[in-house]
Design a protein around this ligand. Structure first.
Ligand SMILES: O=C(O)C(=O)C[C@H](O)C(=O)CO
Ligand SMILES: [Zn+2]
Length: 279
């Protein structure tokens, strides 16, 4: 298992960060490792981002004792999973859920044994997971693309034509604080989340996928009046502190999974930035 803790940051400090410091604090460079679990615990709302890639053998989710001091991972946590690889299965206390690419599974607090497997070891499932502290148990539930709430946004002329698929949200799969889904850009569009926004009530993590290996996204972060960029490639993730914008322009179309945790679960509770204020 590959694991790491990152601490929360102050916007005044981040203004002084070099490219390397920005990447060290916010970028998750290697999320998916064959046959491995990767786990990154951020102190921004104590969200844990994991990647699980079972190849020949199934992989069990351990408690990660030094992060959680719990006897099993979901003793005080909930988690949301979206598969971005080949077909796979998640077994939750003996109940099997098959997940095709882009399908979602929410697992509520209190599930003791969680196991991940792939249908074919040479085309492994790649489970992208976000977990946050939970105070009560909501039912474990699968979501297929048809179950997701679709929101079409943007336009061809603005190069930001995209569809948001909401899985774990107030009118969909229920959770304590996790909100999660993915956004797909239409071919020819490159901008996500533009115009950008902040939401002091929630932090957010973006995981970019379905991006050609030789392409990239310039992901924007920072306060609206002091922005910075990070270069992200396929299957990399980036932490967005609650005070930061999170938006990006790619050299081609791509998709990304967004996940939020914090004070509320209101997807539309955003403070939109005026383009004339962005620096
Ligand atoms: O393309 C978009 O716009 C998004 O996907 C927005 C994210 O979901 C988000 O930032 C929600 O707060
Ligand atoms: Zn947001």
């Amino acid at each position: 298992m590959i694991k790491e803790i990152r601490f929360a940051s102050h916007p005044e400090d981040v203004k002084k960060y070099t490219t390397k410091q920005l990447r060290d604090h916010y970028l998750l460079e290697n999320v998916m490792e064959a046959g491995e679990i990767t786990a990154l615990y951020t102190m921004h709302d104590r969200l844990v981002t994991l990647g699980v890639v079972p190849t020949e053998n199934t992989i069990s989710l351990p408690a990660i004792d030094d992060f959680t001091k719990a006897s099993f991972f979901t003793e005080r946590r909930e988690l949301g999973i979206i598969n971005v690889g080949g077909a796979g299965t998640v077994v939750v206390d003996g109940e099997a859920f098959s997940l095709d690419k882009k399908e979602c599974l929410y697992i509520g607090k209190g599930k003791q044994e969680i196991k991940f497997g792939s249908e074919a070891g040479n085309a492994p499932a790649e489970f992208y997971i976000n977990s946050c502290p939970a105070h009560k148990t909501y039912p474990t539930q699968k979501g297929t693309i048809k179950d997701a709430n679709r929101v079409d946004l943007g336009s061809k002329a603005s190069c930001n034509e995209r569809t948001i698929f909401q899985y774990i949200h107030p009118d969909g799969i229920q959770s304590c604080q996790l909100v999660m889904g993915f956004t797909e850009l239409k071919n020819g569009s490159i901008w996500n989340t533009f115009p950008p926004h902040t939401h002091l009530r929630r932090m957010e993590v973006y995981f970019y996928f379905d991006m050609p290996e030789d392409q990239m996204v310039l992901h924007l972060m920072g306060t609206p009046e002091e922005t910075r960029h990070l270069v992200l490639n396929n299957k990399q993730a980036v932490i967005s502190p609650e005070w930061s914008i999170h938006s990006g322009a790619g050299s081609s179309a791509y998709s990304f999974i967004w996940a939020m945790a914090g004070e509320n679960k209101e997807f539309t509770d955003m403070d939109g930035c005026k383009l004339e204020d962005i620096r």
